[in-house]
Structures are given as structure tokens and as C-alpha cells.
Design a protein around this ligand. Structure first.
Ligand SMILES: [Zn+2]
Length: 247
């Protein structure tokens, strides 16, 4: 019975492999940029660029086809070492000393920045500094409280914040408010979508590396039987011990 389940898992893995590969390639891109963990970035916003003459003239979608990055004609033309920044950093780029140095149209640049910064305010007047600081302090307390309540490691905080930011940059407020996800559905997604990809990676590792297996059968309170397998092996690329199990 068990090998048959394995077979089914492998078929399922093949089916979602395409999706997984895309995620892997995104991870590789961000690794080249510096951060080791994959970051979440919003996509290049063509509609916003078209709103402003300066942006429409000087900013374009990535020439390399990366949907998360943009190309700057001003910097690309003047600076051979120019690398396409993430769209999330468009404001930082336009304010960077290098872009300012090459920029021939200072008034246009300022108008473009107003458009870009105004997009986040959504018509609301900006808050005074002390009010902003107060909100920032509150948010920090909330995030740290969330980590502590859920027993999450502090190393998780940056990823958690960038994930939250990416959600409201990518999705409408209404869609997020309507989101429902029960622990049953979350378990199903983890088991039938994500776990199969992880299994595939582990199987590939096990074909290459020596490993040890611990096998034990157990049953839950409803009488269902489970076979838990733990594989221990050393992974060559980072020399860290991987320890995975599934049932
Ligand atoms: Zn530039």
C-alpha cells in the first residue's frame, strides 16, 4: 500500500512541478541580489508609469523580462553598471544620488515622485511626524507580540513584514478582507501542493547522498494507521543536516 501512495505522490509532484520551478527561479534571483531568503516583491506597474510623463518617458518594464523589476533609461544609458531595481524601490531609485546626477529634468523628477508617493496616501493628508512615530511603535509591538504568542523565531520578523507588505501591495483590501482559510484547508494545501514538491526535492537528494532511515508505525485516536519515515542526510551544497519526515 505504501509504495502505491509514493507513486501517486510522484505523479502529483510532476503535475505541479512547473509552478514549483517558477518559485525556485524567483528565489535564485533574489539570492543573487543579496538576501538569502526569498523576498516578496510587487510587479512592475505599467498603469502607474503611464500616469506621469516623466515616468512614461524614462521608466520601462524590465528589458530582461523580470516582471518584478523596471528599467531606467536615464541610468541605463549613462551607467554601464546599472542593474534593474525591483519595482518596489522605484521611489528610492528616483531619489538615489546616481539617478539625480544623470537626470536632465529635475522638475519632471519631482512631479514623478509626487505621483509615486501620492499613490500610497490614496488622497489622505499625510500625518504629522509624532503621529507617524506612534503608529510605527504600535506596529512594532504588534509584530513582536505576534511572534511571541505563536512561538516564532525573531529571525522570521523581516520575512513576515515583507510578506504582509507584499499582500496589500498585490491584492485589493476587499479581497484580503474576504479571505477565509481554515486549518483544514491549510493542511490540504500543505499536503497536496507544497509537501509533494518538498518530497520530490528530498527524493532527489536521497538519490545523490548517503542517508539513514528511521521507520515507525503509529495510529491516531481514531484508529487510523500512519507510517512515519525520517530520512537523515548531509546536503552537499550547504553541509547542513536535513531531517524530514512524512506519513
Ligand atoms: Zn535611473
Amino acid at each position: 500500500m505504501f509504495p502505491e501512495r509514493l507513486q501517486n505522490d510522484m505523479i502529483e509532484t510532476k503535475r505541479i512541478k512547473k509552478n514549483f520551478s517558477t518559485k525556485e527561479s524567483q528565489k535564485n534571483v533574489s539570492e543573487k541580489e543579496g538576501p538569502r531568503t526569498p523576498r516578496y516583491h510587487s510587479s512592475y506597474n505599467e498603469d502607474l508609469v503611464r500616469l506621469n510623463q516623466y515616468l512614461a518617458l524614462n521608466i520601462a518594464a524590465s528589458l530582461k523580462g523580470d516582471t518584478k523589476r523596471f528599467y531606467c533609461y536615464i541610468c541605463g544609458k549613462n551607467d554601464k553598471s546599472f542593474k534593474e531595481p525591483f519595482w518596489d524601490y522605484i521611489v528610492d531609485h528616483l531619489e538615489s544620488s546616481r539617478h539625480v546626477l544623470y537626470c536632465p529634468d529635475e522638475d519632471g523628477r519631482m512631479t514623478a515622485l509626487e505621483v509615486l508617493k501620492g499613490r500610497n496616501k490614496k488622497g489622505r493628508p499625510s500625518k504629522p511626524k509624532h503621529a507617524k512615530d506612534k503608529v510605527q511603535r504600535e506596529l512594532r509591538m504588534l509584530f513582536v507580540g505576534f511572534l511571541l504568542q505563536n512561538g516564532l523565531p525573531f529571525t522570521f520578523i523581516e520575512d513576515l513584514i515583507s510578506f504582509c507588505k507584499s499582500l496589500f501591495q498585490t491584492y485589493d483590501k476587499q479581497d484580503l478582507e474576504e479571505l477565509t482559510l481554515s486549518k483544514t484547508t491549510a493542511t490540504k494545501i500543505a499536503q497536496s501542493c507544497i509537501a509533494t514538491s518538498l518530497k520530490k526535492t528530498i527524493f532527489e537528494d536521497l538519490e545523490k547522498e548517503p542517508y539513514s532511515l528511521s521507520v515507525d508505525e503509529s495510529s491516531d485516536m481514531f484508529g487510523d494507521s500512519y507510517l512515519a519515515i525520517t530520512a537523515k542526510y548531509i546536503k552537499e551544497e550547504n553541509s547542513s543536516k536535513s531531517n524530514q519526515s512524512y506519513d
